[in-house]
Design a protein around this ligand. Structure first.
Ligand code: NDP
Length: 241
């Protein structure tokens, strides 16, 4: 076991850009030591530099959520640096290739489905389960899964994307499963929808800023001990499943 200190540590996956970077920056401003998870060395180092320039106590963690080895090494790195983990934000996500009927359900490219599920769903399970032992060492551990209202079976919003939208429905369902499994513990798990945010993901063609998209994740990451569990939230409150 590594050093244990009073500063809370938060690991954000996909922290090198977009909403993940804004979450890392916001948690850094809130006093967390931020472990910026990112798979590309250069992009991760740049992000850590930017976080530190903004005043955050940040360090980089090599992390590809699709790799067992990478995730195991990331958990070991967090343990060595901080000894425990207070907050995990599962933010890394992909839309998968689109166009040419690739995500039309009637002509769906199953390889794209597999790729999207591997990152958006299995990646979250892989990272969460590797980090849970460190989260259990914290007094008030929080897990936030970055979902999307496109995964809401009630709203059925956004364009038809038959790999991406179901991946977020499954992530929502998994969030509920984790919350039920951890109901008798101090680990609080919720899902968040950031709204429609201008990032690489949307071709920067969306009304909300990354900071606005990050706000709900930061709120769920810093919930009090009697805060909601196993829910799906955006800035306005509960999002229908
Ligand atoms: P971006 O495309 O800007 O950023 C995605 C991040 O995930 C990048 O840091 C990317 O790293 C990382 N990532 C992708 N695959 C992996 C992987 N295998 N291992 C580690 N990191 C990976 O997207 P956004 O910031 O817009 O999206 C963040 C989250 O918010 C996603 O889960 C998305 O589904 C969700 N969301 C976004 C919305 C929006 O309007 N933007 C709306 C609803 C939900 P790299 O740079 O190396 O590719």
């Amino acid at each position: 076991m590594g050093p244990v200190n009073d500063t809370k540590t938060a690991l954000v996956t996909g922290a090198n850009k977009g909403i993940g970077f804004a979450i890392a920056q916001g948690l850094g401003a809130a006093g967390f030591t931020v472990a910026a998870g990112a798979r590309d060395d250069a992009r991760r180092e740049q992000a850590v530099d930017r976080l530190r320039a903004a005043g955050a106590d940040a360090f980089g963690v090599a992390l590809d959520v699709t790799s067992d080895d990478s995730v195991a090494a990331a958990a070991a790195a967090v343990e060595k640096a901080a000894g425990r983990l207070d907050v995990l934000v599962n933010n890394a996500g992909i839309s998968g290739r689109t166009g040419d009927g690739i995500q039309d359900p009637t002509t769906l490219d199953l390889d794209v489905v597999r790729t999207v599920i591997e990152t958006n769903v299995l990646g979250v399970v892989r990272v969460t389960n590797a980090l849970l032992p460190l989260l259990r060492r914290a007094d008030s551990p929080r897990i936030v899964n970055m979902s999307s209202n496109m995964g809401s079976l009630t709203l059925q919003t956004g364009p038809i994307l038959a790999a991406y939208a179901p991946s977020k429905s499954m992530l929502n369902s998994l969030t509920a499963q984790y919350a039920r499994r951890l109901a008798d513990t101090n680990v609080i798990v919720n899902a968040a929808c950031p709204g429609y945010v201008a990032t690489d993901f949307t071709g920067f063609n969306a009304p909300r800023t990354p900071e606005q998209g990050a706000a709900i994740a930061i709120r769920l990451a810093t919930l009090p001990d009697d805060g909601p569990r196993g829910g799906f939230f955006d800035d306005e409150g509960a999002v229908p499943w």
